[in-house]
Design a binder for this molecule. Sequence first.
Ligand SMILES: [Cu+2]
Length: 529
Amino acid sequence: KERHYFFNITNILKVDANGAIRNLTVINGQYPGPLLEANSGDTIFLHVFNQMEDEPVSFHLHGLFYPNNTFDDGASSINVCPIPPSGNYTYRIPVGENEYGTYWYHSHWSTQYADGVYGPVILHSPKEDANLTSYDADRIYVVNDYYYENADTLLDDYLVPDNENSEPNPDAGLISGTYSQASNYLTLADNGTAYKTATYYDPKLTYRIRVANVGFFLPFEFSIDEHTLSLVEVEGTLIEPFETSYVDVSVGERYSFFVKRTVERDAYWIHARFNTFCQASNNPDFSSDVMAIVSYNDTYSVPESKETWSYNGGTPKCLDFPQSELRTLNAQVPMNKNGSNRPDLYVELDVTFFNGAYQMTYGYFNEYTWKPMSNSSTMHELLFNENFQNDAHKSNQQTFTNNQYVLNFDTRGMIVDLLINNFDDGSHPFHLHGYKFWVLASSESGSFYPSFYEDHPERLDLTNPILRDTVSVAPFGFAVLRVVIDNPGIFPFHCHIGWHIEAGLLLTVNALQSEWSHQNYSKEWANMC
Ligand SMILES: [Cu+2]
């Protein structure tokens, strides 16, 4: 079935909690953008009309595979050029038979999504229903850190000499687009927004709650007072149900769960506690415990806030949820045909932030930092520019040309492990477009060496690790991510902290060029560059 959505992109003025006025870039006048819903097997047609006169825009549906049309993945300067000011474009997004769960979309041009161009996506499927408790309704919360200043202005302050990767600190947090700190909740909850964050739950119904971190920098810990959460889905992967009182969500990550009340009341507070230990410096004006109300009754009095943050009394660290707690339902980890723990190919990726020429700090994979190509994309260059082809030597597994670090994988079905050693003091939520990866290992300390495949097999979970599209790698920690190369296209692999993308922490995967270079692309796609 075809699903047509129409997005008009405009700038509006918004009055913030501090009284200042800022520009927001919004979809159909809404902040956040509207919910996209589809079924597995559908094709989404996203008709975008850029009504801004001075800014391009580009749309990426985070976590989707775009089978047979990865040309419309929407990553500016990687696989598409953005829609120019006053231009329009239709993204054609086939949804695969095995794609279902909780996703989101956002602008993939520069820092634009921090200014409002994002929203939730839900994909339904009978295959998912068959493996899940039946439920009556969805409740989705998109949660983000928020700045009172436009992101491009903040970027100008961030990428300057001697700043040493000190990211701009958020001013507030939003749950479904509204301020909801306890202090200002009652006056500001309905301020110019599309959603209300006082959500009514019919006590007779079963809800599937979905949470996405659609922010730009900080992870948060999500909980509901006096409720237990039973996690059932992580980024389109069904998991063995996991009972917990909270879940940590880094930028780009999503979870869905069912809840049980431990005490019956009329109303409770939801908390999204932003992890300020991930900040390079402190912002005393940011109340990081962002709240919203769940009510089971039409009338209720504002509840007392109950639970304390799990970090209170614990070791304050910038860490995500332990990935080893999350077990893929009916997992089948792809294994080398020769029976070893090794993949067909591994790529070692050392992550650093390095203060180099002119005292400027950039993010690096190995010795490479990314700069966006202007007026073109890697995919266009590989298709249409013979010189780029020659520079890139597609027979080479790793190439670097025109500030593009490209990993070339041209064997269908090959198993590739990305060995990510983080030598930086910050955590980085890495996301790969067009794929999900098996998190074979994820550690809060140390490094992973290839000899570990034989010498420390206990460091790898080859039985039922989590399969997801975004994972946070701890400060001075590591992760081993396994993918099977089966989706032809040009895909970025990048840290999803918006500031870090702009600092160059991005590389490009060129998957199966011999296949995608023979696929059909639209004339409009080719002409946008
Ligand atoms: Cu990062």
